[in-house]
Design a binder for this molecule. Sequence first.
Ligand SMILES: Nc1ncnc2c1ncn2[C@@H]1O[C@H](COP(=O)(O)OP(=O)(O)OP(=O)(O)O)[C@@H](O)[C@H]1O
Length: 243
Amino acid sequence: MIAFDNISASYDGVHQAVADVSFTIDKPAIIGIIGPNGAGKSTFIKSALNLIEGSGTTTVDGQSLQKRKKEVAYVEQKSDIDYTFPITVGECVSLGLYPKKRFFQRITKEDWHKVDHALELVQMKDFKDRQIGELSGGQFQRILIARTFVQDATFIFLDEPFVGIDATSEQIIMELLNGFKKEGKEIFIVHHDLSKVERYFDELVILNKELIAQGPTDEVFTKTNLKQAFGDTIFVGGGQSND
Ligand SMILES: Nc1ncnc2c1ncn2[C@@H]1O[C@H](COP(=O)(O)OP(=O)(O)OP(=O)(O)O)[C@@H](O)[C@H]1O
């Protein structure tokens, strides 16, 4: 169970980018975080995970995030990642091992088997010795997911993982994430394609600086909630009216 309590953040100390967002997810699920551009979706995650300054608390099974941080994985937006860093695909995935290792502890043979297994899962084993800079966007995203698998994180946060990637990679990733859910994980995905919301997410968080709605997708993916978050101009093929 992960609980967010009054998560807030401001970049300039005057305007709130995220204001008092509270909710709890208490069972394995794939959770979509949606809202218009600039709604504070990325900021919410960064503040909740203490990656930027903010206020509020995140607890895991009632314990502080600090105590449970090894169980949390975060994959930032692609635009924030330096692709030119000289590192191979295998090495990049192996970085997922480090949160659970002590400083200077070596990577064992068994660890490399774990890396190989993760690469197999994302169908990227043949790319193990390639430089990450040589990958397509979709392939790279698969590598980042493999890294969270190696870390064996229970709580996975993915910021816009499907932006600019091919349909095959998107499908591979979604199948994998559904498998993760069956293993008991809670996966949060910032997402902007509203047409896939009902297919992809069990639970939904609708944000526009404040929390507009949160709950099972079939209950909260409504025209009223979407209008409140996105304004009157929103057009969505799905979504039931709860007027
Ligand atoms: N590093 C930063 N410095 C200053 N302001 C920022 C910074 N990052 C985000 N903001 C501002 O905070 C607000 C929320 O941004 P955020 O990136 O969290 O929104 P988002 O919902 O993830 O947006 P998008 O869908 O466009 O990615 C926006 O007004 C944005 O301009």
